[in-house]
Design a protein around this ligand. Structure first.
Ligand SMILES: N[C@@H](CCC(=O)N[C@@H](CS)C(=O)NCC(=O)O)C(=O)O
Length: 224
């Protein structure tokens, strides 16, 4: 059975949504990043980047959420756009846009505002600005179509949902008023039955010394 290595964070949650939506049988294996379990040799053998999610499907190992979504969608034939070069071009563009833009900027926006020991106005504004700019691009696109690629719900919508559902944490409580179309999509996906994930695990919530050491290596190693 497919093994799904996960935590409760945004990137694993998108893959959990796909597995539930597609009815793919899987074994959910929690990796508690606040306890440092992502650095254990047995997990590094699966994802040398020490991050979630990752899957092992027989002799196939895939890490990085967009790569996993594309792999699973192609394998199952589910939640993909029509089989045309045009649609594939759009699929790949928006999947990479979420991976390389939306996710990193949203993540760093939270990091500098919430977790950074020094509250640097330049860094806080830079990442909030870029997160907002990326969300606006999604919102504009959703103003003209029901889903990210048109009429059909695809892995791009799951990828977008994984981050956009955390809008209040990323850009503050009032931010939804700037993205009404994105809000419509997030609400629709959040109401789908598949969002109730099985195999829930109680992950550590405290951001204590152990968690800071496991997740923010730069606090103990000066590189620049
Ligand atoms: N590009 C990767 C990013 C993975 C990632 O950053 N995962 C986070 C959770 S959303 C994580 O495992 N963090 C633990 C850590 O940084 O130690 C993906 O899309 O899967």
């Amino acid at each position: 059975m497919l093994k799904f290595y996960y935590s409760g964070a945004p990137n694993p949650t998108k893959v959990a949504l796909f597995l539930e939506e597609s009815g793919t049988p899987y074994e959910a294996i929690p990796v508690d990043t606040r306890k440092g379990e992502q650095h254990k040799p047995e997990f590094l053998a699966i994802n040398p980047n020490a991050k979630l999610p990752a899957i092992v499907d027989g002799d196939v190992t895939v890490f990085d959420s967009s790569a996993i979504l594309i792999y699973l969608a192609e394998k199952t034939g589910k939640f993909l756009p029509p089989k045309t070069d045009k649609a594939r071009g759009e699929l790949l563009s928006w999947m990479f846009f979420v991976s390389s833009g939306v996710g990193p900027y949203a993540g760093q926006s939270v990091h500098f505002r919430v977790y950074a020991p020094e509250k640097l106005p330049y860094a806080i504004n830079r990442y909030a600005y870029e997160a907002q700019r990326h969300f606006k691009i999604l919102d504009d696109r959703l103003a003209k179509r029901k889903y990210m690629l048109g009429d059909a719900y695809t892995i791009v919508d799951m990828n977008v949902w994984g981050w956009a559902r955390l809008m209040p944490n990323i850009l503050g409580e009032g931010a939804w008023s700037k993205f009404p179309n994105l809000k419509r999509l997030v609400d629709e996906v959040s109401a789908r039955p598949a969002v109730t994930l099985k195999d829930r695990h109680k992950f550590k919530t405290e951001m204590d010394a152990e968690a800071l050491k496991a997740m923010f290596g730069h606090l103990s190693e000066k590189v620049a």
